[in-house]
Design a protein around this ligand. Structure first.
Ligand SMILES: *Cc1c(COP(=O)(O)O)cnc(C)c1O
Length: 368
């Protein structure tokens, strides 16, 4: 019996490479509260990502919650139902009403042409997701935001290192939020970051993530504990030494899937790499009616062979109990997202995936 293959396997560098970092923490005895690794990692990440300011945090979800607080977002926020549930949960944690808008069937990102119809006097912001690391139509979204005086916060949890023609996609909107969870392409076990347009915003977020303290005795806001620890920041410094090699391996696996699956009737690989290279964090395919097996049929067949593909994103966020009563959550409002949730399957992609295992997955998908 083969070892089980999961959709993702976290990248762990050789333990020996991490020991010097741990020794440094043990010798300085600074464990958290913006210590030396936290500062180094913020600078190194800004440089790697090509952004000017960012604030590390404990995880992406706290990053989203804090980003919404930093911009004092209230009322209604337009967002996508086709994402991980944390996107909408961050709104509920701020007592904001999510308003779901359908996705573009090609990119599976929020469809800008459907946003305006969902704007009401209560709308204050748009919360799109660069789904699977493929950039949203940022120009169209910004035009609408400008016309209606709305803020834009990007859930960029999938978009580590993604570039568009003008540079990092993380420069778009008012804030962008990364996740460094263990399942993401770049991870620090748990972690995240908020990309800020200026030093003042970063400082405000630094206060919010430290209970609202601005100095020893002054608290200016009901902040949270969202600080990244020195262990996670040190691990991030080490991961940065490996990320380029990781991305090369992912690109190779992506290209193999694409070339070996392109002639399979009923299997559609998403995102032409010529249009948007992304970062190969996921390998989603759409299982169409002419494939012979349903999406769930293929999912089960792979599972029976010890291959744990994932139905990202199914169920839709709008179908979870705390959302499904909302008017915008009705399937009639979300036909494309509803369809995508029924058809997509994310195949395993990670640097340690062996050629033999990759061929085994491909053979199973090919042999309906
Ligand atoms: C992973 C993820 C999050 C949450 O990030 P955590 O670091 O796990 O809190 C939010 N949004 C999307 C789209 C994600 O994939």
């Amino acid at each position: 019996m083969n070892e089980p293959i999961y959709v993702a396997q976290p990248h762990l560098p050789p333990l020996a490479e991490f020991l010097p970092y741990l020794e440094e923490i043990w010798s300085t005895k600074v464990l958290t509260n913006g210590g030396p690794f936290h500062q180094q990692f913020e600078h190194a990440l800004c440089e790697y990502l090509g952004v000017k300011h960012l604030a590390l945090c404990t995880n992406g979800t706290i990053g989203l919650v804090t980003a919404l607080q930093a911009l004092r977002i209230k009322g209604e926020v337009i967002t996508t139902p086709y994402s991980f549930v944390a996107t909408a949960h961050s709104l509920l944690w701020n007592s904001i009403n999510p308003v779901f808008v359908d996705i573009d069937p090609k990119s599976l990102n929020l469809d800008p042409s459907k946003i305006e119809a969902a704007i009401t006097p209560q709308t204050t912001a748009i919360l799109p997701v660069h789904c699977y690391g493929h950039p949203c139509d940022t120009d169209a979204i910004q035009r609408i935001a400008d016309d209606y005086n709305l803020k834009v916060i990007y859930d960029a949890a999938h978009a580590f290192g993604v570039q568009d023609a003008g540079g990092s996609v993380l420069r778009h909107g008012d804030l962008s939020v990364l996740s460094f969870h263990a399942t993401k392409t770049f991870h620090t076990f748990e972690g995240g970051a908020i990309i800020c347009p200026d030093a003042r915003t970063k400082q405000h977020i630094d206060h919010l993530k430290n209970f609202g303290f601005v100095n020893e005795t002054t608290v200016v806001a009901p902040g949270i504990n969202g600080k990244m620890s020195e262990i996670n920041a040190a691990f991030g410094m080490l991961q940065l030494r490996h990320i380029d090699a990781t991305l090369v391996q992912r690109r190779r696996i992506d290209a193999t899937y694409r070339s070996r699956l392109s002639d399979v009737a009923g299997i559609r690989c998403l995102h032409d790499p010529g249009e948007s290279p992304g970062n190969h964090s996921y390998f989603p395919v759409l299982v169409e009616a002419d494939y012979g097996l349903s999406r769930d049929g293929l999912y089960q067949k792979l599972k029976d062979h010890g291959i744990y593909a994932r139905r990202y994103f199914y169920p839709l966020i709008a179908n979870f109990p705390m959302y499904r009563g909302m008017p915008s959550a009705h399937p009639n409002n979300l036909p494309e997202a509803t369809m995508a949730a029924q058809k997509t399957l994310c195949l395993p992609i990670y640097p340690a995936l062996s050629d033999a295992d990759l061929e085994r997955i491909i053979a199973l998908v090919r042999a309906r």
